[in-house]
Design a protein around this ligand. Sequence first.
Ligand code: ADP
Ligand code: MG
Length: 252
Amino acid sequence: MGKIMAIFNQAGGVAKTTLAMNLGYHLGKLKQRVLMIDMDPQASLTLFCGLEPFDLTQTIYESLVLEQPAPIQSLSDLKFELIPSNINLSGAEIELVNADLRDFRLRDAIAPLENQYDFIIIDCPPSLGILSYISLVAATHILVPIATQYKAWMGTELLLRTVKRIQGKANKELKLAGFVPTLFAKANSQDCRALNAISEQLSLIAPIFPALPRSTAFADAVEEHLPLALYQPKHPAVAPLTQLANYCLKKL
Ligand code: ADP
Ligand code: MG
């Protein structure tokens, strides 16, 4: 069975979507069949991939709320396929409140596709609401990007409690794949302290992957709708991304 990886952290701006897109590309490059799912109503992943969310009439929303077949877009240059999102998805938070088997709506939407992919990567929204919850219920693994900053580190306890709660009930198979330190500026002493704290404390819980350096190249690449490795192949952040993809392929 394929792996279903939720990129999750309830904090915004910690590079979830950036990580999702780049990891999806690297796994695709390793000849894996990859499907990305944009579960954020802000549709950053959809935008990053070069689609215009407002123009889309079929998104993950129709699959979740109206139980229609998932509208899969092929993006061969990016080496993955995508189920896009748009702002309609914000309505799903309310529309699903009393829905039958609500917790399993994403799992059920993915079920008929599972055999077609080696990896399904879910880009979660920055919240602990229903959209994140059903993402974690559908996932086999969680990958947590964590910014190497004091405040971001503070949110991990809540994050881990949420994961434990889901593991205890709705998804007993869910595994924490690891933490990816992000936005790391090695010249900044606070970032170094935060990275040390992450390594010391969180490595007891799950693997800590090599840090992704802070660099404007990530944002520049996204403006061109490209993963970093296609935008700037020699960029120092390409190596940790390749390493992470290899780990996901061999160890998960
Ligand atoms: P999230 O999905 O967690 O909200 P994003 O992936 O959208 O975070 O990233 C938030 C912003 O930070 C974006 O503008 C993105 O281009 C930028 N960004 C992501 N990774 C890096 C990085 N390593 N260095 C600098 N900026 C980054
Ligand atoms: Mg995002």
